[in-house]
Design a binder for this molecule. Sequence first.
Ligand SMILES: *[C@@H]1O[C@H](CO)[C@@H](O)[C@H](O)[C@H]1NC(C)=O
Ligand SMILES: *[C@@H]1O[C@H](CO)[C@@H](O)[C@H](O)[C@H]1NC(C)=O
Ligand SMILES: *[C@@H]1O[C@H](CO)[C@@H](O)[C@H](O)[C@H]1NC(C)=O
Length: 175
Amino acid sequence: MTRGVGFGILFTLLWPILINGRFHLKNVVCESLDTSYSDFKRCEMKVIGRGVSAFYMIWKFYSVPIDNFELNLSLHKRSNGYRPFLFNQSLDYCYYMRNPQAYPLINMLHKSFLATSNINHSCPYDHNLIIKDFIYKDNDLKDLPIPNGDYMIQIKVATDKKYRACIKVHMKRMD
Ligand SMILES: *[C@@H]1O[C@H](CO)[C@@H](O)[C@H](O)[C@H]1NC(C)=O
Ligand SMILES: *[C@@H]1O[C@H](CO)[C@@H](O)[C@H](O)[C@H]1NC(C)=O
Ligand SMILES: *[C@@H]1O[C@H](CO)[C@@H](O)[C@H](O)[C@H]1NC(C)=O
């Protein structure tokens, strides 16, 4: 399993996209790939003000505890459908939760929504995962080396080496 390699680069890129770039969050789609294993009871993004969105998610698990999560993250840019763009990496999430200091950039990003969730503890997880009104704001970052356009961040989540869910975050970069 890939651990850490390239993550400095990945999150140097992700960080400005999510936090500083003038990236408008358009919508989030949560798809269960095995509804007998887990399912989304809620996955909702609401615009609550100019350039401000709130995200609410309830992810229900039917078989707990879970002691391993692998996240496969990739960025896609839209042009005749979405095409892979710049990064495609995997993360051993339980390892990361035991060693958050090993990934300072992920940790910084992650912290911003930990406070609005019930996921701030190390593995195993024996409950539903809830993110309650995570607030996202459009921001400006002139020197972000990513062109204007429509983007999609795909987060595929695997447990026991099987993909269980796919979360797609659609964003738009505008100047
Ligand atoms: C990411 O890379 C893996 C192989 O390392 C490949 O199987 C997968 O299809 C790639 N994902 C995307 C979205 O390009
Ligand atoms: C997450 O948990 C750690 C350890 O319990 C704590 O130090 C930290 O403040 C928590 N972070 C948030 C954002 O709640
Ligand atoms: C996630 O990506 C890594 C590296 O590309 C790959 O080795 C792993 O098999 C992927 N996970 C799953 C569940 O396919």
